[in-house]
Structure formats: structure tokens, C-alpha cells
Design a protein around this ligand. Structure first.
Ligand code: FPP
Length: 243
């Protein structure tokens, strides 16, 4: 894949419901197939040179879905987390989370905490699972913590930089994603990594998430490698010029 592989890829796994509907199956079956697609991808990604993968598993808005669907996704998450717990030492994965976990069931919270703690020295792929996550909610919580530090006299408001904000986000210290993939053809950010994705390249594919394969990931990386990233500057002969 060459040396210009994005170190951090984030994924909006969209289209599970449509995948199930096309087959006249319950929506939860689509999420189950989606979890299997994710598992195949995670086992292939490290070999492509990717270091961090962040996936949007459950958003702050997803609570509005039916109780049956919410419970179904929560069960799939718990099964997935326990599966990664069983194999973290073999796969070398390091698993983290994003989002406000306090609204998840105590059992799921305990499983996540156990997996994070036990996999923290994993030298392989770093996987971050966003659960009860919203980019605005993450920023709100960061602002609350910054305000607390100001109130306690630990932080001077004039000393607040962009880095201060970055350092108060759930994702810190993971570097920003260079590539964000969204499946099932929607051109929306949906409140995902709105701060961290400021300079990311976006890749949209019509494939529904359960159909997304490691080969599709390879294609997304190839498309990324063909793009000219400028960060608001000009790329002249490989030299970055600001302005
Ligand atoms: C969006 O599809 C997908 C979700 C809301 C859930 C994604 C969760 C998983 C794939 C499970 C991940 C498992 C682990 C262990 C991390 P949608 O329902 O919005 O699809 P639609 O737009 O076609 O209705």
C-alpha cells in the first residue's frame, strides 16, 4: 500500500437497516451482519499499515430508535466487546472508547472497562469504538471540564489554545483521522468527530456497511492516496506552502 497509508481511519458504518430491509429481515440482523463486517475489517486493517481505526457504533441520537433495535445493538456491542476480550492477547488489539458511557448498562460499562484495561499494552491495531457518542456532546463535556479548571484557578482563559480543546476531548491523545469513510451513499457527518475531522479526507461509498470488505478498505486507501491534501496551503513540488 506504499508509505502514504492514513495512520488513522474513522468509519461511519451506515446502511445496516437497509441491508436487512432488502432481505426482509429484522433491522437487528443488519446490525449483526455489520458487526461481522467490522470484525473482518479489523483483522485485515493492521496488515495494510493502518494504526488507528475509530468506528461509530452508537450515536447520542440512536436512542430515538425502537426499544427492540436499541436493545439489539447493545447486545451486539456486548458480544463484540467480549469477543475482543477473549482474543485481545492473540490479536494484539488495543481497544478504547469514545462517548459518554454513563448512559450504557452497568454490565456493558464493566465489560468495556475490563477490555480497555487488559488490552492497554497491545502493540497492534488501536481500535476506538464510539458509543453514546456525539461530536457536539463531546465538545460540551470538554468545555465543561475546561470551565471547571478555569474556575479552580488551574487554567488562564487567555492561555486556552486549540490544543487545550483537543486535549480535553475523549479521543485524546489519538491523532486526528486523515480519512473518514461513510458507507451507504450519504453525504453527511452526522455529528461524528466534528473537531478531529476538520482536515480529514472523506470517502463515501454506495456499499451498505454489512457488504463492506477489506478490499473496499484498500480501495478507499488508494483513493485517499490519489488526493492532494493541502490543509489550506498549496502543495508545490512536494513542499508545503502556507497561505
Ligand atoms: C447504522 O446503520 C448503524 C448503526 C446505528 C449501528 C452500527 C453498529 C454495529 C455495526 C455494531 C458494531 C459492533 C462492535 C463490536 C463495535 P443504520 O441502522 O442507520 O442503517 P440504515 O441507514 O440503512 O437504516
Amino acid at each position: 500500500m506504499g508509505n502514504n497509508v492514513p495512520k488513522h481511519i474513522a468509519i461511519i458504518m451506515d446502511g445496516n437497516g437497509r441491508w436487512a430491509k432488502k432481505r426482509l429481515l429484522p433491522r437487528v440482523m443488519g446490525h449483526k451482519q455489520g458487526a461481522d463486517a467490522l470484525d473482518r475489517l479489523l483483522h485485515a486493517a493492521g496488515g495494510m499499515g493502518v494504526e488507528h481505526i475509530t468506528v461509530y457504533a452508537f450515536s447520542t441520537e440512536n436512542w430515538k430508535r425502537s426499544e427492540e433495535e436499541v436493545n439489539g445493538v447493545m447486545g451486539i456491542l456486548r458480544d463484540g466487546i467480549n469477543k475482543y476480550f477473549r482474543e485481545y492477547s492473540k490479536s494484539n488489539f488495543r481497544v478504547d472508547s469514545l462517548g459518554d458511557l454513563s448512559r450504557l448498562s452497568p454490565e456493558l460499562q464493566a465489560d468495556i472497562a475490563r477490555l480497555k484495561e487488559n488490552s492497554k499494552n497491545g502493540k497492534g491495531l488501536h481500535i476506538t469504538i464510539a458509543m453514546n457518542y456525539g461530536g457536539r456532546d463531546e465538545l460540551r463535556r470538554a468545555v465543561q471540564n475546561i470551565a471547571r479548571e478555569v474556575k479552580e484557578g488551574k487554567l488562564d482563559p487567555d492561555a486556552i489554545t486549540e490544543d487545550t480543546i483537543t486535549q480535553h476531548l475523549d479521543s485524546y491523545p489519538t491523532p486526528d483521522p486523515e480519512l473518514i469513510i461513510r458507507t451507504s451513499g450519504e453525504f453527511r457527518i452526522s455529528n461524528f468527530l466534528i473537531w478531529q475531522g476538520a482536515y480529514a479526507e472523506y470517502y463515501i461509498t454506495d456499499k451498505l456497511w454489512p457488504d463492506f470488505t477489506p478490499e473496499d478498505l484498500r480501495e478507499a486507501i488508494l483513493a485517499y492516496q490519489k488526493r492532494d491534501r493541502r490543509f489550506g496551503g498549496r502543495n508545490e513540488g512536494g513542499v508545503w506552502q502556507s497561505g
